[in-house]
Design a protein. Structure first.
Length: 386
């Protein structure tokens, strides 16, 4: 396999979410698992294990207030000492009673101010952690027609987004995430990529769109959205996960590995895999019933496999077949790559990086899982705390 492919795989950077290491679940039950972190430091320590065995996940995103600490510089140093760094800062304006009718879109200006203050606090935290991105997902929406003015809520949203934009430093960005439904079930104020894109264009170059792969209507062609936003220079990040039905937040590539390949194919074709492409490849998942660190390691490996398959696509043959209108020929070029077993290649690349060819087995052998179960007794386990 070409050196270019190997080099791209060695240089891949995937950002893991601190909240994936805490307890999570559904409205029916949040299952507690032994050894789960009790604080941001333990979450970062677990995330560092994923990087230790995969070599390609040196960034951990935080969620505020789930990862609130007194000293964010110290937390960033703690992460650095473990060989990782703090990435995106995720705001949370979806877990306060005041936000029942919305946060930045709430009819009540007092509530809007409170929500905006939290968003601005997240930018302050970015200054302390050295993070580039604040990630904004709003649970804001309505459940019944007539509940509120769709247009007025867009005015309020735009006003808050502008205020955050003005606060950003030169090298900072805001990433706007959209979601079709849940927790609102009639309108979401940022329901789709078009709405997020329109707000980001109006805001300016430091505003980019986040594609969470679980936030679309069934059957949505997500790679079309990827290709379109890439062309517009407005794709800022992915929240990778997979789903069979709704926002299931399952391991990326688990439910639909072919979709993940098609997405990474668009990325590779646009030469957007490079670390300086400005696109964050983040995981946004919940390991409700499976062990969390192995779940993250498996997820990172799924992204690596989809990426490797996309990197081995014979671009010249594909281009020639497309140019010739050879429909089956073009499709065959892509399927040949997708149907190629890239696991031996990835095992070799890991060996080149001085890592075990089998991260899952290496982690299992490490005894870390048993160590944290023994050590982490007492205290309040981390979780969504919904
Ligand atoms: C909303 C979402 C958002 C996060 C949350 C953890 O569904 O995808 O990205 O803030 O999950
Ligand atoms: Mn998300």
């Amino acid at each position: 396999m070409t050196d270019h492919v190997r080099a791209a795989l060695r240089a891949q950077q995937i950002e893991v979410p601190s909240w994936a290491y805490g307890n999570s679940g559904t409205r029916f039950k949040v299952f507690a698992q032994k050894g789960v972190p009790r604080n941001p430091q333990e979450k970062i320590a677990d995330a560092a294990q994923v990087h230790k065995y995969t070599g390609v996940s040196p960034i951990v995103s935080l969620h505020i207030p789930w990862d609130k600490v007194d000293d964010y510089e110290a937390l960033a140093k703690y992460a650095g000492d473990l060989g990782v760094r703090i990435g995106g800062i995720n705001a949370n304006v979806f877990q306060d009673d005041d936000y029942m009718l919305g946060s930045v879109t709430n009819p009540d200006p007092r509530v809007r101010r409170k929500a905006l203050d939290h968003l601005l606090e997240c930018v302050d935290i970015m200054d302390a952690t050295g993070s580039r991105d604040v990630k904004l997902w709003f649970s804001d929406g309505t459940n019944y027609p007539g509940q509120d003015s769709i247009r007025a809520r867009q005015d309020r949203l735009a006003e808050a987004l502008s205020a955050v934009y003005e606060r950003l430093g030169d090298h900072q960005r805001m990433l706007l995430e959209y979601k079709l439904f849940e927790p609102a079930f009639y309108t979401m104020d940022v329901p789709d990529w078009g709405t997020a894109y329109a707000h980001c264009i109006r805001l300016g170059p430091k505003a980019q769109v986040v594609i969470d792969t679980g936030h679309h209507a069934p059957g949505t062609n997500i790679e079309f959205i990827v290709a379109f936003l890439l062309r517009e220079g407005k794709l800022g990040a992915f929240d990778f996960n997979s789903r069979f039905y709704a926002d299931d937040d399952l391991m990326v590539g688990a439910a639909d590995p072919f979709q993940l390949f098609r997405i990474m194919h668009e990325i590779v074709q646009a030469d957007a895999l490079r670390a300086d492409s400005g696109i964050n490849f983040m995981l946004d998942q919940c390991h409700n019933i499976e062990p969390k660190i192995p779940g993250q390691i498996r997820s990172v490996m799924n992204v690596q496999e989809a990426t490797a398959k996309a990197l081995i696509v014979d671009a010249a043959a594909l281009g020639a077949a497309q140019q010739a209108g050879d429909v089956l020929g073009a499709n065959a070029v892509l399927m040949d790559a997708y149907n190629t077993d890239v696991r031996p290649l990835l095992a070799e690349v890991r060996a080149e990086m001085g890592l075990s060819p089998d991260p899952m087995a290496a982690y299992a052998r490490s005894g870390y899982a048993e160590k944290i179960v023994a050590e982490r007794v007492g205290g309040q386990q981390a979780g969504w705390g919904a």
